[in-house]
Design a protein around this ligand. Structure first.
Ligand code: NAP
Length: 301
């Protein structure tokens, strides 16, 4: 029996662990994939205060080490059944039994969204990727494209410049959504931008050889030869199996104290409905969620 179960070991979950442990709670973090979440896959983070530039992996490793030093338990397993009702919450894992606690902090983050094109999943590993930091080096000297116009797409395109013979950023509008500093870097880089364009087809047998582009303004179709296509078209919140919490557009609704619609259940980080999804806001959410859990458990003790 724990005081609090934290679902997810990204920046939000790890920071919740630090604050929970420092507040005297017996905390466990359950992670089904790799520690650090999406932040760990970010090549360079340049907007986390205190670090002019730090790799995402290094930053989350530091947070994890801090968490472990404070005695937070880690369970690396898949939660197969999560029960959030009642005073005692439970998380049944695939191999590590059932965990119970009086409070749960959901920090499961978000997963990359797919384009929904035919053969997209079949070509994963054959040229289609959702992680430039993980797969970029496989495309040394090859032509690649990135789809999307947000911060992730812009950062991915700039990162891929290091390896690829050419990088084309494919965006469905005529202006990037990315922060001004990144849009400026794209404009000053060798990245070519296919404005007002969407990918309509992935071509190639076992490996990607080109993508068909459609200009959304003119309707014109064209073929862009590429070996790699990096999809960076946003995120889908990871809320599967979390029954009973109120969602909005798939994201968990909380108040400012990170309380969800269920008593004793809090949410933090990218899985939460919010306006700014950054490592710094994820860690802040985690701290607030843990403090709210501490307050609740001390009141009900
Ligand atoms: P995002 O900001 O939601 O941007 C998604 C982009 O993909 C948008 O440009 C969108 O076009 C485009 N898009 C969406 N669906 C599409 C489709 N089906 N086909 C083609 N294009 C599509 O997502 P993100 O870049 O992954 O960022 C997620 C969050 O993390 C954001 O809050 C972002 O600021 C944050 N983040 C921050 C940093 C940083 O600060 N350095 C780095 C990475 C991520 P429209 O523009 O037309 O909507």
């Amino acid at each position: 029996m724990y005081d609090v179960i934290i679902l997810g070991a990204g920046p939000a979950g790890l920071t919740a662990g630090i604050y929970a442990a420092r507040g005297g709670l017996n905390a466990v973090i359950v992670e089904s994939k790799a520690v650090g979440g999406q932040a760990a896959l970010t090549a360079e983070i340049e907007n986390y205060p205190g670090f002019e530039s730090v790799s995402g992996f290094e930053l989350v490793s530091l947070i994890q080490a801090q968490c472990e030093r404070l005695g937070v338990a880690f369970v690396y397993d898949n939660p197969v059944n999560v029960s959030l009702d009642g005073n005692i919450k439970s998380v049944k894992t695939a191999y590590s039994g059932v965990l119970e606690a009086r409070a749960v902090i959901i920090a499961t983050g978000a997963m990359p969204r797919t384009l929904g094109l035919p053969r997209e999943s079949a070509l994963m590993g054959g040229g289609v990727s959702y992680c430039a930091t993980c797969d970029g080096a496989f495309f040394k000297g090859k032509a690649v494209a990135v789809v999307g116009g947000g911060n992730t797409a812009a950062e991915d395109a700039l990162y891929l410049e290091k390896f690829a013979s050419s990088v084309t950023l494919i965006h469905r509008r005529d202006a990037l959504r990315a922060d001004a500093i990144l849009a400026k870097r794209i404009a000053e880089s060798t990245v070519k931008v296919a404005w007002d364009s969407v990918v309509t087809q992935l071509n190639g047998e076992k490996k990607l050889s080109s993508v068909t582009l459609k200009n959304v303004k003119t309707g014109e179709l064209s073929d862009l030869p590429v070996s790699g296509l990096f999809v960076a078209v946003g995120q889908t919140p990871a809320t599967e199996g979390l029954r009973g919490v109120e969602l909005d557009g798939g994201y968990i609704v909380t108040d400012e104290e990170m309380r969800t619609s269920l008593p004793g259940v809090f949410a933090a980080g990218d899985v939460r409905k919010k306006t700014l999804r950054q490592v710094v806001t994820a860690t802040a959410d985690g701290a607030i969620a843990a403090e709210s859990a501490i307050k609740l458990l001390n009141t009900n003790a």
